[in-house]
Design a protein around this ligand. Structure first.
Ligand SMILES: *Cc1c(COP(=O)(O)O)cnc(C)c1O
Ligand SMILES: [Zn+2]
Length: 412
């Protein structure tokens, strides 16, 4: 990995070689999240936008020279990434915007954005020779890990809150992961996994602890910029729980700027559920990540419920350094966004994903978005992940007798 310079602590700036530390800055313990640093000259000598235009590998691995994996690393067979970026003219019109796209990460193998990170986790676990891989998760990261691990035959042990939506737990079980339902919150599951992984010597995929997850997540913004012919959007709406996705988007954009592949930094908008909005609060009050205290978090959007966002430093930097904003949306607004997005784009999103669109609606209402800006909304997971929440937004369908008159009566 001669294109990787090392790992840098997001708190103290200390730098380490990739072989020196496994996960976090030893000075800062579990909060000392590391950022992967690259030698962009080496990368430039290996990949260009023109090379990409000729590359028929339509997965995250088309960007392998920009990721922290060995150039010849073998990668899991499941097809992760290169998800569609759909123009959304009807939503744009309703909002008075001219250029709006939705990036639909539902078509990933386990139906969420998390496949991007779990694919990298599996590669890194195999690099270290670990026999078991583990993660804490609200549900999607574990589903992604279970699926990607199954694809290469690597045993996985996962820890999710016992309240996780049944469809997600079904994924974990069907893929054959060993599942432990934690009698507690996601934050509890996270702490537990740190201890368990150390005790048993398992490879730990935990978001915002394992520095390589950001490097998988950033592929989404590479795709968006490539899909937009390297004309970066003006503004991007990202749903935020732990803050790893938003941090990853920021990291990817910094990579692209360093390579000279795009010429401006989009404004990154972080959207949180009102019942789980510690980053909105920290952003409004000008707090740093290390000043934040855990809160009791709750929302229908289970994938973005995090009382103390693990990647809070990167998450705040993403918004502050790009002139974006943090926005809170209510559960009501989140649920309402599910059918609105589905009916106007054909994309059925889980609540956390729909939250990003609810954030756009709110931002437009507050006059934060100019009509001619080019805007992208990240739809991070499929609506099939959480049918119970979706069904709250629609009426019960009628039951009809199997004859023409009954249908005529209903149609009248
Ligand atoms: C995990 C997840 C998020 C939030 O990502 P963070 O990195 O925790 O901020 C958003 N949407 C979906 C569908 C997710 O699974
Ligand atoms: Zn440090």
């Amino acid at each position: 990995m001669d294109h990787v310079i090392g790992l840098k602590c997001t708190i103290c700036g200390a730098e380490y070689g990739v072989d020196e530390v496994a996960y976090v800055c030893p000075e800062h313990g579990d909060d000392g999240i590391l950022d992967v640093m690259y030698d962009y000259d080496v990368i430039k000598s290996r990949i260009s936008r023109e090379d990409l235009a000729q590359n028929h590998d339509y997965t995250i691995w088309r960007y392998k020279p920009l990721m922290a994996v060995e150039p010849d690393a073998s990668v899991p067979p499941l097809r992760v990434g290169w998800t569609p970026l759909y123009p959304a003219p009807r939503l744009a019109e309703q909002l008075g915007l001219k250029h709006l796209w939705v990036k639909d990460d539902g078509p990933n193998p386990t139906a969420s954005f998390k496949d991007r990170a779990s694919a990298v986790a599996v590669v890194k676990a195999q690099e270290t020779g670990a026999e078991i891989i583990t993660t804490a998760s609200t549900g999607n990261a574990a589903a992604a890990l279970a699926g990607l691990s199954a694809s290469v035959g690597l045993p996985a042990v996962i820890f999710v809150p016992k309240t996780a939506p049944p469809a997600k737990i079904a994924q974990h079980l069907i893929y054959g992961a060993r599942v432990m339902l934690v009698d507690g919150t996601y934050d509890d599951a996270f702490e537990l996994t740190l201890k368990v992984a150390k005790e048993f010597g398992w490879y730990n995929r935990n978001t915002a602890y394992n520095p390589y997850m950001t490097e998988g997540k950033k592929t989404a913004i590479f795709e968006i910029c490539e899909q937009l012919k390297w004309q970066a959007p003006d503004r991007i709406f990202v749903p935020v729980g732990d803050g790893c996705i938003i941090g990853g988007m920021h990291k990817g954009l910094k990579d692209l700027l360093a390579l000279g592949w795009i010429d401006k930094m989009p404004k990154i908008m972080g959207v949180q559920a009102a019942g789980s909005a510690p980053l909105v609060d920290a952003w409004e009050r000008g707090l740093q990540g290390w000043d934040m205290q855990p809160i009791a978090a709750h929302s229908v959007a289970d994938s973005i419920v995090a009382g103390l966002p693990r990647d809070r430093n990167k998450a705040l930097a993403a918004v502050r350094e790009t002139g974006g904003a943090y926005i809170a949306v209510s559960d009501e607004e989140i649920l309402a966004a599910i059918p609105t997005v589905a009916r106007n784009t054909g994309v059925f999103s889980e609540p956390a994903a729909a939250a990003a669109y609810a954030g756009l609606v709110k931002a437009v209402g507050e006059g934060l978005v100019d009509a001619d800006e080019r805007v992208v909304v990240m739809l991070t997971g499929s609506g099939l992940k959480d049918i119970n929440s979706a069904m709250k937004t629609v009426p019960e369908p009628p039951i009809v007798a199997p004859n023409l008159d009954a249908v005529k009566a209903l149609m009248a």
